[in-house]
Design a protein around this ligand. Structure first.
Ligand code: 5GP
Length: 182
């Protein structure tokens, strides 16, 4: 069977990657990897669906057991993509979409050079800063950390194969679907 394609959707935190994923999940184009994270669930997030919510110790064990295709520290928590489900889906011919931050994206490119690397950028820096600041559930400290990180992350855009601007969710979705079909 023809292997599926691996699409890595990255970009600064707060740019709207997760909204894109929420909408894409309503369609039947991609297999979505469920990441492990050490951060606490936000209201409405279900364990095993949004993320596998794990302790620091469990995450450390997963690293040692070589569970992850990639993992990263991000804004005070750890996030990682379990490798086996991704390999299985690709082998079954499914197109897989990973929504991850930049340093994880770099690791995927290294491990799987055939991955299609997509950077989602905001329409403007002001818009990105407003989105991060207005996120209701994060503490002031976490917001400040996310702002600083997002500014640094924007500098990585040039490392990616494809640059998409998040003007409209529908446009981004269309572009991702056609990349997988190309
Ligand atoms: P949030 O805490 O808002 O759900 O996610 C924070 C950041 O972690 C986002 O930029 C998201 O793309 C990234 N992220 C989610 N899962 C993973 C993962 O498995 N690996 C990496 N490297 N980043 C992830």
């Amino acid at each position: 069977m023809k292997k599926g394609k691996l699409i890595v959707l990255s970009g600064p935190g707060g740019v709207g990657k997760s909204t894109i994923v929420v909408e894409l999940k309503k369609l039947d184009h991609f297999y979505f990897s469920v990441s492990a994270t050490t951060r606490k669930p936000r209201p409405g997030e279900i364990d095993g669906v949004a993320y596998h919510f794990v302790s620091d110790l469990q995450f450390q064990e997963m690293i040692e057991n070589k569970t992850f295709l990639e993992w990263a520290d991000f804004a005070g928590a750890r996030y990682g993509t379990p490798k086996a489900p991704v390999d299985k889906a690709l082998a079954e011919g499914k197109n897989v979409l990973l929504e991850i931050e930049i340093s994880g994206a770099r690791q995927v490119k290294e491990a799987m050079p055939e991955a299609i690397m997509v950077f989602l950028q905001p329409p403007s820096m002001q818009e990105l800063e407003a989105r991060i600041t207005n996120r209701g559930t994060d503490s002031a400290e976490r917001i400040a950390a996310r702002l600083a990180l997002a500014r640094a992350e924007m500098a990585a855009a040039g490392e990616f194969d494809h640059l998409l601007t998040n003007h409209r969710v529908e446009e981004v979705i269309e572009a991702l679907v056609s990349l997988a079909a190309s």
